[in-house]
Write a protein that binds this ligand. Structure first.
Ligand code: GDP
Ligand code: MG
Length: 174
C-alpha cells in the first residue's frame, strides 16, 4: 500500500565505554540510565515517523572489548552505522577511524554513517577538539554531531533521523 513503511537497519559501533548504550537508550526512552550492562548486545525495533513517512528502524547496540572481524555479520546486516567516540578519550577517536576502514573493506564501498562525539558535557576534559571530529566526518562525507547522552541530548533523535535519510536516499538510487 502507499503507507508501506521504510526500513533501516542501524548498527552502533565504537570503543567500550563511549556511551553507545546510553545514546540508544536515550533515543528510545528519552531517559538516561547511568549504568548499562557493558557486555549486553541488543537489537531494538523502533517504529517512528520521519519526514511524514512511517519508518521501522532496527538498531543493533553492539558490545565487546575490541572491534574485530567477527563482527562481519553485523556489518553485512546493517544499512548504516553510528560511529561513536567520547570527546574525553583520544583512543576512542582513533578507534572510529579504524572501524570505518574495516567497514568500507567489508562492504566494498564508502559505508553510510554518522560520526558522534559523545560526552560533550565533560567539556573540561576535552581531548578531541570539535574541529578534528568535523574534519574526519567531512573526509567520510558523513554528518557529524557532538552530543551528550547524559545531559539533555536534544539532538540525539536528529542523528538517527539523518542517518535514516541517507540510507533511504541510497536505497532509492540502487
Ligand atoms: P558503551 O560501552 O559504549 O555502551 O557505553 P555505556 O553507554 O555503557 O556508557 C559507559 C559509561 O559512560 C557509563 O558509566 C555512562 O554512564 C557514561 N556515559 C554515557 N554517556 C555519557 C555522557 O554523555 N556523558 C557522561 N558524562 N557520561 C556518559
Ligand atoms: Mg553498551
Amino acid at each position: 500500500g502507499k503507507n508501506k513503511s521504510v526500513e533501516s537497519k542501524i548498527c552502533i559501533l565504537g570503543a567500550p565505554g563511549v556511551g553507545k548504550s546510553a545514546l540508544v537508550v536515550r533515543f528510545l526512552t528519552r531517559r538516561f540510565i547511568w549504568e548499562y550492562d557493558p557486555t549486553l548486545e541488543c537489537t531494538y525495533k523502533h517504529n517512528t515517523t520521519i519526514d511524514e513517512e512511517p519508518v521501522v528502524m532496527e538498531i543493533l547496540d553492539t558490545a565487546g572489548q575490541e572491534w574485530s572481524i567477527h563482527r562481519e555479520g553485523h556489518v553485512r546486516w546493517a544499512d548504516g552505522f553510528v560511529l561513536v567516540y567520547a570527546i574525553n578519550d583520544r583512543h576512542s577517536f582513533e578507534e572510529v577511524s579504524s572501524i570505518k576502514q574495516c567497514l568500507d573493506e567489508v562492504k566494498k564501498t564508502n559505508v553510510q554513517c554518522v560520526l558522534v562525539g559523545n560526552k560533550i558535557d565533560l567539556l573540561h576534559e576535552v581531548h578531541v577538539p570539535t574541529s578534528e571530529g568535523e574534519r574526519l566526518a567531512s573526509d567520510w562525507a558523513s554528518a557529524f554531531f557532538e552530543t551528550s547522552a547524559s545531559d539533555g541530548g536534544e539532538d540525539i533523535p536528529e542523528l538517527f533521523h539523518e542517518l535514516h535519510r541517507e540510507i533511504r536516499r541510497r536505497k532509492m538510487i540502487e
